[in-house]
Each structure stands twice: as C-alpha cells, then as structure tokens.
Design a protein around this ligand. Structure first.
Ligand SMILES: [Zn+2]
Length: 235
C-alpha cells in the first residue's frame, strides 16, 4: 500500500453488458463510484443496469452510439453518433429523476485524431454539445496535461488495468492472465505512465464492462482496492 493515499477515478467503458448490474452492485457494496462510458446501442437494449448506476450516484458518459472509429467518421456522422447517444442518456436521467451534472465523452479505441482539421471539427461538436474535460487537478503527469490533451474534451486515463486482455473466465489461460493483470498493479511502468505506486498522484483508471470476463472483473477491482486507493468521481 502506498505511503501517501492516492485518489482514483474509476472509468468503465463499453457497457452496459449483461453483467453490468452485478458489477454496479459490487461497486456499491465497496462504496466505489464510477464513470461508465456507455455505448448508445447497448443502453437501448440493456438500460436497467445503467439506471441502477445512476440511482447509486455513478455517472454515465457518452462513448458513441456503436463504438465507431471516430477518425473515420464524417463530422456529420460523428454528430449523429453523439446526439443519438445523448438523447438516450437524457431519457435515462429523466426516468430516474437524476440531473445531468456534467457531460463526459470518451473516444472508442482512443481513435481521436485523423487530420488536425478533423480533430478540431470533432472537438467543436463536443464543445457545442456542452461536453467538458474534467479538471483532474490532482493528476500531475505531464503527458496527461499537454497542450494537445487540453484541447481534447475526451476523458483520457493514466492507468489501464488491461482487464480487456483477460480471456473468458473458463479459459485455461485465465488464471495466469489474471495474475499478470494483478501483478502489474505493483510495478512502476514508465511506458504506461508511472502506475499505481507513484506517491500521491491521482489516477484515472480504465476498465471495461465486457461480458466475457465474468467474475474476473470483480477480482481486478479487489486488486485496485488492495492498493489502498480512495475512489472518487471527477468534479
Ligand atoms: Zn470502448
């Protein structure tokens, strides 16, 4: 456990999966708020866990409608992806009577830059729709706070758990890969920023609501909890 307590902002991409409901409940039992970057199409087919997350004080963000490669979209296609998902998110907030405190967005695949002009056009769409980049004033890493990053309204991260690398829970390789994912939390990893052991620095952690990972997902969160992180929402 680090000597200096660290704040962590948990972000979870690609849901809602059929397992999101139990994951939301698991986080609630541990008092962990999360920012869920949801796909519009999955919100349409599986809205219940997203509603539960809202009721428990978590935040839903926009991750496009169908998880597109945004650098390949026209500006009009990008707008349509954003707006369609926003309409769904607004309707979900209305259903539970929870106000929308902030609009957050994350590019699928971190695919955010085609030409500089295209990047600027997409950013203009996000700005016009009221999306904001959380301040994350306690995240000190230079790569996180470059000029270019500050022009990008999508929510970047500092620590990728690599939960996406887990095979299905019943795959014979699963225990070894899970052990790697957990062991990595104890390393200092320059190529992937400095990691969970950098004293005092707040971390923006990314996980994925992928159905195939099953209960390994909870094991990854337990690994994060064992690092002594204090989970918070951006604000
Ligand atoms: Zn994604």
């Amino acid at each position: 456990m680090p000597a200096v307590p660290k704040t962590a902002y948990l972000t979870v991409d690609d849901g809602p999966s059929p397992l999101m409901a139990e994951r939301v409940a698991f986080l609630a039992r541990h008092g962990i708020p999360a920012l869920w970057f949801c796909r519009g199409d999955y919100l349409e087919t599986t809205p219940e866990p997203a509603l539960a997350a809202l009721r428990l004080g978590s935040i839903l963000g926009n991750h496009t409608y169908d998880h597109s490669y945004c650098s390949k979209l026209t500006v009009e296609q990008f707008s349509a992806q954003i707006d369609r998902t926003e309409r769904i998110l607004e309707a979900l907030h209305a259903r539970v009577g929870v106000p929308r405190t902030a609009r957050y967005f994350r590019f699928p695949y971190e695919d955010r830059i085609g030409t500089p002009e295209h990047f600027a056009a997409l950013q203009a769409i996000l700005l016009a729709r009221g999306f904001v980049r959380p301040a994350f004033a306690d995240v000190p890493y230079l790569y996180f706070n470059t000029e270019e990053r500050r022009r990008d309204l999508s929510v970047f991260w500092t620590y990728d758990t690599r939960d996406w690398s887990l095979p299905a829970a019943d795959d014979p390789r699963a225990p070894a890969v899970l052990a790697e994912v957990l062991a990595r939390m104890d390393l200092d990893i320059p190529e992937d920023r400095l990691g969970l052991n950098y004293p005092g620095a707040a971390e923006v952690i990314v996980m994925h609501d992928h159905g195939h990972t099953g209960a390994q997902w909870q094991a990854v969160v337990e690994g994060l909890l064992a690092k002594g992180l204090r989970f918070a929402l951006p604000g």
